[in-house]
Design a protein around this ligand. Structure first.
Ligand code: NI
Ligand code: MN
Length: 226
């Protein structure tokens, strides 16, 4: 599976012949300028963890550009529809079979409202399984016992977790989460974008290394094959 980081909590994963784009927030993020071109981004599916602006800012533009199917909470998807997105798959916490395999929308401990102030439904995370395997993205969340259920849906080859703290887990919490979800390879997101979530990269990586696990903190625009 190929993972590409677009800054903040926006990334894509190519798996099972499909491109999954998550939480599109690029143009308002100055750190991406000169490193990511919106017009180059491809997607078959755009998965949205919750309605906050730092996760949906470029959702409508990229859905219209790519023709991708937008997947997320019923309320978030309804907001996108009102703005002209036609290919949608509304969900609530639960499991679904799609053309690529299985998808589980699972709880996150966070909040969710949309940029227009409307209710965003429940914030969540995704467990995606294709012919190439399973990966988990928690979405914005604090540490929660809900994560103990993640391995029930399959062994994640890697997981994407927030590590910036303040609004979400920090690296210490993310290590506890990594233990709960039974995953040794974690890709950190939701760090450095704003002052309140700036982190010491080496210290965060050491938290994981000392526990025999790996934390990857990628450069914006960087890809890795996992
Ligand atoms: Ni949020
Ligand atoms: Mn956020």
């Amino acid at each position: 599976m190929k993972f590409t980081f677009y800054g903040h909590a926006c990334f894509s994963v190519v798996s099972g012949g499909k491109t999954f784009l998550f939480d599109p927030f690029i143009t308002p993020n100055e750190l991406t300028h000169g490193k990511v071109n919106l017009s180059d981004i491809k997607a078959d599916y755009i998965l949205v963890s919750h309605g906050h602006g730092d996760h949906v800012a470029d959702l409508v533009a990229l859905a219209l550009q790519t023709g991708a199917t937008v997947i997320g909470a019923y309320e978030v998807v309804g907001w996108a529809q009102k703005l002209g997105v036609q290919n949608v798959r509304p969900m609530n916490f639960g499991s679904a079979t799609l053309d690529f395999g299985r998808l589980h929308f699972v709880p996150a401990a966070h909040s969710s409202s949309l940029p227009d102030g409307s209710y965003g439904g429940n914030p969540g995370g995704f467990i995606v399984t294709t012919s190439e395997g399973t990966f988990y993205y928690s979405g914005d969340t604090g540490l929660t016992m809900e994560m103990q259920l993640v391995p029930h849906y399959g062994k994640s080859k890697f997981a994407i977790l927030p590590v910036g703290g303040n609004f979400t887990m920090d690296a210490d919490d993310a290590l506890t989460a990594a233990r709960m979800i039974d995953c040794d390879k974690i890709i950190g997101v939701h760090f450095d974008t704003f002052g309140l979530i700036k982190i010491d990269h080496d210290a965060a990586k050491k938290v994981f290394a000392d526990a025999g696990k790996e934390l990857l903190l990628l450069e914006i625009g960087e890809s890795v094959t996992l």
